[in-house]
Design a protein around this ligand. Structure first.
Ligand code: ATP
Ligand code: MN
Length: 538
């Protein structure tokens, strides 16, 4: 360790209140990989990737995500059970406890940045208790050059202490874990959880406030890629709907798989420098690019390895949310820098476990706004014995847990951008076909990819409206034909073989949409309300 070509600068953490730390600054991923193994915190998988267990938490904990209520946030943030206020004095006290905890320890520090567009660069210092969390920061944030590091001044700080446990009685937290954003001090303070996703989503949430408030830029929970003609496509969707899977496409250059900004000068840019893919049931056959990205440098989380170090991707005994992070250059076809022009096509991905939404449909501008505010997907209740009923799940802007402002702020910006750019918007059901969860099957990835390719090559857009059928419940325009997809698959009703059962379930879902939309009705224009189910306007 400590190669000659290594960047060698020493830093002190005294200014942060972290005293007498043995600071490991800007270590290379290989060094961090070795240290994590030496410490017994990780093993090397057969692929060369590092494999870690994140501990008690294998996913984010939205109920323990707070925002400090201060002069910057108090009148701007949409407070509630998504954006839970935290007292500024309590934050200062908890911060001091965390930095005391990190004092006298070996600490891993990384300087990096978010936002691939030069004009938006946000310099970040990530301070980690564990080496593998610091390697995660290497993978997921953008990596400054040695020259940039020489004069690096960080603006935001992430302090990540998984081993520190808060005392809810005195610290103002809900339980022992927490992720708190402080916009005045520009700190994301994370403790009591080793789940790495909290680190990336902490900065994402900060940008989701900063960009619309100060930079007139729309932050989006979406993936993005670009075709050979320079045509950008973006894919919105909640967790598990296919953002990472579908944006990783050998025929198109990847811009990013999760977080992007849409600027007021007709461009989009990635916030991140890496990808964070779900690996449940991953196969080389279905997803070769992601499969091959799992090599030295990648970090596998909460997977089960056999005695040879091979991952059993079907094994969900630790969690369904098994993951891998890797720097974006582990994918062959990438766009560098991670930016693109205004999108030509927008896909809203939804995993409809009721199996009633068409596998692909075209949305009018009203419908696009309505579906964006609704942010529908479904949860399959397969984890609880005996329950096979899917649950509708609505999350505004396809990412409510990360959006500090009122959803209509983002929706208004998106609607305006969609209008100004004349983008096409498509609703893609990557969920169930032939019946609901438990009866039907998940849409074949091969078909979803064929539908997306048909849109991107212009084959679907070229059809006249005669070639679309307006869905009688949802009002969306469902194509009658699509190259590479059996015609019967395009009509969900036809795949059910039982019209009565189909319509009963479709109405159950349209009712759920209506019920959910009630809380936005007061803010939504007549035009947006028209975009809901059971309307026929095209
Ligand atoms: P997150 O926001 O949590 O990162 P995501 O939107 O990026 O979620 P993916 O990681 O792409 O979601 O997960 C989609 C999962 O669904 C993958 O495991 C993929 O293999 C699986 N899948 C099965 N069928 C399809 C399909 N038709 N389209 C897309 N994904 C599918
Ligand atoms: Mn993803």
């Amino acid at each position: 360790m400590g190669h000659l070509d290594q960047f060698t600068k020493t830093i002190s953490l005294d200014a942060y209140g972290i005293k007498n730390a043995n600071v490991k600054y800007q270590l290379s991923p290989n060094e961090l990989h070795d240290i994590a193994i030496e410490k017994g915190q990780a093993v090397e998988a057969a692929s060369g990737a590092l494999a870690v267990n994140t501990g008690e938490f294998t996913g984010r904990s939205p109920k323990d995500r707070f925002i400090v209520k201060d002069d910057i946030t108090k009148d701007r943030v949409w407070w509630g059970d998504i954006n839970i206020p935290f007292d500024a004095d309590k934050f200062d006290a908890l911060y001091n406890k965390v930095t005391d905890y990190l004092s006298n320890k070996e600490i891993f520090v990384r300087d990096c940045y978010a936002c691939a567009d030069e004009d938006y660069k946000l310099n970040i210092r990530v301070i980690n208790e564990y080496p593998w969390s610091n390697q995660f920061a290497y993978n997921m944030f953008l990596r400054p050059t040695d020259e940039e590091l020489e004069h690096f001044e960080s603006e935001w700080t992430v302090i990540n202490a998984p081993g520190f446990l808060a005392n809810p009685e005195t610290d103002g937290t809900r339980q022992h874990n927490f992720a708190i954003l402080n916009f005045t001090r520009k700190i994301a303070l994370i403790g009591g959880t080793g789940y790495t996703g909290e680190i990336k989503k902490g900065i994402f949430s900060a940008l989701n406030f900063i960009l619309p408030v100060y930079k007139n830029t729309l932050p989006m929970h979406c993936s993005a890629n670009v075709g050979k003609e320079g045509d950008t496509a973006i894919f919105f969707g909640l967790s598990g709907t296919g953002k990472t899977t579908l944006s990783t496409d050998p025929n198109r250059s990847l811009i990013g798989d999760d977080e992007h900004g849409w600027t007021s000068r007709d461009s989009v840019f990635n916030f991140e420098g890496g990808c964070y893919a779900k690996v449940i049931n991953l196969s080389r056959e279905n997803e070769p690019e992601i499969f091959d990205a799992i090599k030295k440098g990648a970090i596998l989380e909460n997977v089960v390895l056999d005695s040879q170090g091979h991952v059993n991707f079907e094994d969900t005994s630790i969690t369904q949310n098994t993951r891998v992070s890797y720097p974006i250059h582990h994918i062959e076809n990438i766009q560098m820098p991670s930016t693109g022009k205004n999108p030509k096509n927008i896909f809203f991905l939804t995993a409809d476990a009721f199996g009633v939404l068409p596998p692909i449909s075209k949305l009018t501008p009203s419908q696009a706004a309505y579906h964006f505010i609704s942010g529908y997907t479904a949860k399959v209740a397969g984890t609880e014995a005996g329950i096979v009923e899917p649950q509708p799940s609505f999350s505004a802007c396809f990412g409510a847990p990360f959006m500090p402002l009122h959803p209509t702020k983002y929706a208004e910006m998106l609607s305006k951008k969609m209008k100004d750019s004349g983008v096409n918007v498509w609703l893609v059901n990557t969920g169930w076909t032939g019946g609901p969860y438990g009866v039907g099957t998940r849409m074949k990835l091969k078909y979803t990819r064929a539908m997306i390719h048909a849109v991107l090559s212009g084959d679907l857009g070229l059809y006249s409206y005669d070639n679309y059928h307006i869905h009688s419940v949802f009002g969306v325009a469902q194509p009658r034909e699509c190259p590479g997809v059996p015609t019967t698959v395009l009509s969900p009703r036809a795949t059910w073989n039982n019209d009565g059962a189909y319509y009963k379930t479709a109405f159950k879902l349209s009712n759920a949409f209506r019920e959910n939309f009630k809380k936005y009705e007061a803010y939504a224009s007549e035009e947006i309300r028209r975009g809901g189910p059971q309307r026929y306007a095209f």
